[in-house]
Design a protein around this ligand. Sequence first.
Ligand code: NDP
Ligand code: 2IT
Length: 446
Amino acid sequence: MTEKINKFMEGVIARNPGEKEFHQAVKEVAEVIIPFIEENPKYEEAKILERLVEPERVVMFRVPWQDDKGEFQINRGYRINFNSAIGPYKGGLRFHPSVNLSILKFLGFEQILKNSLTTLPMGGGKGGSDFNPKGKSDNEIMRFCQSFMSELFRHIGPDTDIPAGDIGVGGREIGYLFGQYKRLRNEFTGVLTGKGREWGGSLMRPQATGFGNVYFSQNMLATKGESFKGKTVAVSGFGNVAWGAVTKATELGAKVVTISGPDGYIYDPNGISGEKIEYMLELRATNNDVVAPYAEEFGVKFFSSKRPWEQKVDIALPCATQNELNGEDAQKLIDNGVICVGEGANMPCTPEAVEIFHKAKILFSPGKASNAGGVAVSGLEMSQNSMRYSWSSEEVDKKLHLIMKDIHDACVKYGTDNDGWVDYVKGANIAGFVKVADAMLAQGLV
Ligand code: NDP
Ligand code: 2IT
């Protein structure tokens, strides 16, 4: 089996040289799916896995714009139409200087299985730019978004591909992108999700990813008769997902003691609650990439260039970015008695870290399962747009609860080992794969 997986990976690496994040994401899936395919030869004969790792289409384009000093700037834009077997391409846009084809292909690939897990009809896509929002004025952000959409509009549409936010793309950016799309197409449709509530957005979309991640962990904890109440939690990041996770975990009676940025992390022994949560939003809005001001504002400790995983906590929710929690961090968490790790970001734990969590048999959920609440509520936003209707926060939250429970139960169905321990990575990958693979089989060789 190992030989078969290695051979498959050699092929993927040869066809996609240098794309290390993409290789990492594919390997995690191949390790689970190749043994599964052996038992289900119809997928092997139709080369479903080989097709799945090849995007249906990749668009790369120039994004010229002018900064406030009048200087010309050139960035690169991307959109990956990865897989449309079960619905139109759906996935976020990331604006960050680290963005490249490898990162977007890993995210787009993950998105296929994640969207399948939501139970909603959405294919997989991802896009973005190497644009750095740090320190940019509001006008610069607007000009960049308008230029980006001046090319992207050709490749998307409410029945074709529906982008949304990701790192560096929140409500403000979606607004500018939507405005430009509307101007170019002369139509008001649900072409983007994460819109403002007054112009077609869904209530709860800003909270959805972080809340969904906590709901997923709640489901995992319940299998052990545990809950968030009275638990100490480490969260990383201080963006949209981290904010939602801190808010919900606190509401459920946990004490969240950390948030982090690229500059380091803060440790708040009294818990991040109330006005401190609101302060996170202010920090993020400054576009300065730093979490240190929290320490000054609330008189707590700041750990420069460190990661929160060295603290003793019961639950860890990595919500910043890929590969932010390595083997060493995982060992520290285990040594300190962590019982549950729920990925809020996409692929925040390295393969070594995941192996350590699996060996220790703690509760560990992969992002494609536990952060699917964001895209799930995007799917609900699409439904509301199609109906030209909107649901209340309570209705959306209720649906989000149900979806996260369904994803959890699908992972349990496909991931339970003989000894009763649940391998959520295996469960998520198989459950997500089956639906897409069956749709691909039904649609013939496309
Ligand atoms: P935001 O831009 O709102 O926040 C990202 C946060 O992570 C920022 O605080 C960012 O700082 C920080 N960050 C980036 N690099 C590092 C680093 N090396 N160390 C510590 N912090 C870092 O993005 P989101 O909250 O939307 O996204 C966070 C993660 O969640 C990503 O992996 C994303 O793909 C994933 N996700 C997002 C969803 C959504 O709906 N928004 C849905 C599902 C997953 P800075 O940007 O200032 O560098
Ligand atoms: O990674 C993700 O799932 C997202 N960034 C959200 C995608 C979406 O279409 O809402």
